[in-house]
Design a protein around this ligand. Sequence first.
Ligand code: SF4
Length: 341
Amino acid sequence: MESVNYPELISRVENSILDGGEILRSEAEALAETPDEHLMRLAAAADRVRIKFKGDSFDSCSLINARSGRCGEDCAFCAQSGHYPGGSPVYGLVSVDEILSAARSAREAGASRFCTVTSGGALSPTEFDRLLDALSRVSREVDISLDASVGFLDRERAQALRAAGVTRYNHNLETSADYYTRICTTHRFEQRVQTVRTVMEAGLSACCGGIIGMGETPFQRLDLAFTLKQLGVDCVPINILNPRPGTPLENAVPLQPLRIVKTIALFRLILPQATIKIAGGREVNLGDYQGLALRAGANGMIVGGYLTTGGRPVDQDVRMVEQAGFRMEMPCREQSRRKGN
Ligand code: SF4
């Protein structure tokens, strides 16, 4: 087999992207095999691509798990699925005041975005109205950009969320199309893709990524990245599996930190214009490599806790990001005020 000159390949791909070109699938596959001795070079190239297309601005998003547990879907990684024992706390949609108060705390701690997330299928009409009420109030009363992630969505609901002040909608594809049936059997990959299309058609920014470390191959991670590129999503959260007891993936072998760093770098090279966000599982999987992961092409992070696992205090994450040389992004409203519009 012909040996790959990695320094030459990395440099060629970087220059092509910096000149407005795109990485080829064959190049991405070759780079997925980058040996550890050349990994710092790959990370540095991805970091320079990030600087060119996204600058030093950093997107930080804080979540509220606004309805938890007892989900009818069987996603193999998820502690909120009602198909598996144990799992996460179970509660219905929290009050308007709780959402408002969580948004205020997120802003005070320095997050630029606040995402209201609910488990399970579609919200009932009453729950959806309460959600709209809460989000409208956050939009009016808290200087923070608003995201939502409330499952499958039709056009009317997408438009209603937008009217309530939501600017970005999260709906992950989770993994590649061909690995999806190993992860979930209660709905299809195409249904997830359709929701992403629906939110984009409604004028919302699409936040759509996945989870790595679920047993997929490195090429299946590339499949996910190229699908996201094809969809044209704006924001790509990369979660790293933190196996939850009682789920089918509870004994999954963790990805080594350098494999995670490589994946982040490849996502940046495939999606140069997107916000690439390191999401759930980063502390437990990356450990001391978090700083390196931030300089391997990422420009965003979920801060504070996650849906079913805790995180660090938001201000501690904000400090780490600033130490890595980034500038925390301002909420939309603050940006408009500074521009004088
Ligand atoms: S990932 Fe979402 S849809 Fe899947 S089981 Fe968990 S809460 Fe339900």
